[in-house]
Design a protein around this ligand. Structure first.
Ligand code: GLA
Length: 388
């Protein structure tokens, strides 16, 4: 995490010399359970030690926001009453969260904000959720008397993506960023929203991310398109079974998917097949973790990669290559992490193989693609919080 002084000196310089409150919120990893959140399934994320830090101070105006993105050296001022909001994509997160927090009862007025982040962008580690939950947490503290619940802050972040940023995401990223706890992964049931903390100390193993540095673009079609496929399959299954309620693929069985196979496209069928399989794999990983069987966890991770690549089609050449290198190096488990279309693989690797694997991946990846993958050792950190 960055240090407070880094943000504070810029906040003072860019505004009126006064200080505000400083908040921080993390990005996330996800051990398994990909593209299951918007299907009402399970996910297994944890917060990381990288995130977004923001200094915020009410500026006494009714609805003028003065915002400075430290990393981009970009300043944007806008009014919360402007129905269009700012154009800069980073400023839309501030605008969206502020309006969503108002809807939830926080009496958000004008404020000054400067923020910076160290979650790699486009790596599939949810830099946008880190922003959303950081801003939501800060605005709740400054204008909402902390009365907006943690879950409502999660939903404010998700609604920001839906209503102002064009991504119909699920709740995993914002959930992990708000509820994260150092040393723990969390198994969340995205339908009931019940969750459990799982202390994660894999004896003899470690988690490492290899970032392909290929940037994914979730805004617009490919992600929303996957979601539409899933909804379409649910619609077909529901039509065949008027006696029952089907909200998401979570409510559907393998048999029911087979029943509608002839009525849906081959592409939709494969996508739904992945989601049903992934639901079972998350539960399998929980059992394996309870038994300390990391080899089994790893097998399921490889299966997820295969499904994300072949059936859900959210992989790319670079990620498949990293996955192959992991396999060849005897890495226990490896798969695409996050939405896909670039970003990272998450790897569960035995301590004694770690160096050999990382070095081999760097060497061979740069021979093939002209640059090394970035390497991030996973440290599981805390969720959104006030620093001072
Ligand atoms: C993105 C979305 C999440 C989730 C993942 C895939 O990170 O924001 O809601 O759907 O992709 O698991």
């Amino acid at each position: 995490m960055m240090d407070i002084e880094f943000v504070r000196t810029r906040f003072i310089k860019h505004f009126d010399g006064k200080t505000g409150n400083v908040y921080a919120s993390p990005g996330r990893i996800n051990l398994i359970g990909e593209h299951t959140d918007y299907n009402g399934g399970y996910v297994f994320p944890g917060a990381v030690d990288k995130g977004v830090m923001a200094e915020i101070r009410p500026n006494g105006t009714e609805d003028t926001v003065m915002a400075y993105a430290i990393d981009l050296k970009d300043r944007v001022d806008f009014k919360l009453s402007d129905p269009k909001g700012p154009r800069a994509s980073w400023a839309r997160y501030i605008y969206g969260v502020a309006l969503e927090m108002r809807k939830l009862g926080a009496d958000v007025k004008g404020f000054n904000i400067a923020f910076a982040g160290d979650v790699p962008l486009g790596a599939g580690m949810s830099s946008s959720a880190a922003m959303e939950s950081c801003f939501a947490f800060g605005l709740n503290d400054l204008f909402g008397d902390n009365k907006v619940s943690q879950w409502d802050m999660v939903l404010a972040g998700q609604a920001t993506e839906h209503n102002y940023c064009g991504v119909n995401c699920g709740i995993m990223d914002q959930f992990a960023s708000v509820f994260g706890k150092a040393g723990c992964l969390m198994r969340l049931d995205c339908r009931s929203r019940e969750f459990e903390y799982f202390p994660f100390k894999p004896d003899g193993y470690r988690l490492v991310l290899l970032d392909s540095v290929v940037k994914h673009q979730l805004a617009g079609s490919p992600y929303n398109d996957r979601r539409r496929s899933c909804e379409n399959v649910v619609k077909h299954i529901a039509a065949k079974h008027p006696e029952a309620t089907f909200e998401t693929l979570r409510d559907c069985t393998w048999e029911q998917l087979e029943e509608v196979k002839a009525d849906i496209s081959e592409e939709d069928y494969r996508r739904a097949k992945f989601v049903l399989g992934e639901k079972d794999r998350v539960l399998g990983v929980c059992d394996a973790l309870n038994e300390g069987d990391y080899e089994r966890v790893g097998e399921l991770m490889y299966q997820t990669h295969e499904g994300l690549s072949k059936d859900y089609e959210v992989s790319c050449e670079e990620l498949d290559f990293l996955n192959d290198i992991a396999k060849e190096n005897g890495v226990t488990g490896s798969r695409i992490m996050g939405g896909g279309f670039g970003g990272c693989t998450i790897n569960l690797v035995r301590n004694d193989l770690y160096l050999q694997f990382v070095n081999d991946a760097k060497k061979r990846f740069s021979e093939k693609f002209g640059h090394e993958p970035k390497v991030y050792d996973v440290i599981i950190g805390d969720g959104a919080r006030k620093l001072c």
